[in-house]
Design a binder for this molecule. Sequence first.
Ligand code: 6GU
Length: 248
Amino acid sequence: MRLDVVTIFPGYFDALELSLLGKARQRGLIDLRVHDLREHAHDRHRTVDDTPAGGGAGMVMKPEPWGEALDGILADGRAAAGGDADPDPLIIFPSPAGDVFTQSMARELAEESHLVFGCGRYEGIDQRVFDEYAARGRVRLVSIGDYVLNGGEVATIAMIEAIGRLVPGVVGNPESLVEESHEEDGLLEYPSYTKPATWRGREVPPVLLGGNHRAIAEWRREQRVERTRRVRPDLLPRERPARHAADE
Ligand code: 6GU
């Protein structure tokens, strides 16, 4: 999978040299390229922002550096595909105004061969950049949740980690992918324990030490349902609405 990121802070993405994703890059499973937007600003101060048309607070990212950066990546993607059926890359702009990123979206995006992330800062990117690339190909605005970040970088790292680990071969034991929160049946994970059997007077639940695999599986299932009911009831399959006493 090829991933391109456009940002004014390439340093954020050093984190993706670590751990599982870093190894996947070394093994050639993930080809991640980080581009500094300022390389495409040609004035003396390498300006990427300007005041908003119509006035107002904050600054807006200028369209020209974005156009040059994205055109370069798209052209390079076509050249790398060598004239083959080049699947049109999907351009993602992290934005609190986008569709909410979920595990199901991560699964969908993991099927793509080329994703481009455009990380905005300040009050956002000139709208014509979205309009231009949406007219020429596929563009999505994606939010990682209902809170405000200073820019798209941290959101992009979160998305790349969630998507990257679903790329075949990235996670060594594919079984570890299915038993997780938000996978399989949409329930949260069960609590995990290891040795010692007693720590600061706290015991590992005896069922886990009893060797009865059926009982362990049942206990884990109960824990998942109970935990989900307690912290994320919105994730539970819809139960029939409780009948009012007056209906009896
Ligand atoms: Cl994708 N970007 C920004 N700036 N803030 C966010 C976000 C994205 N998702 C949630 N908050």
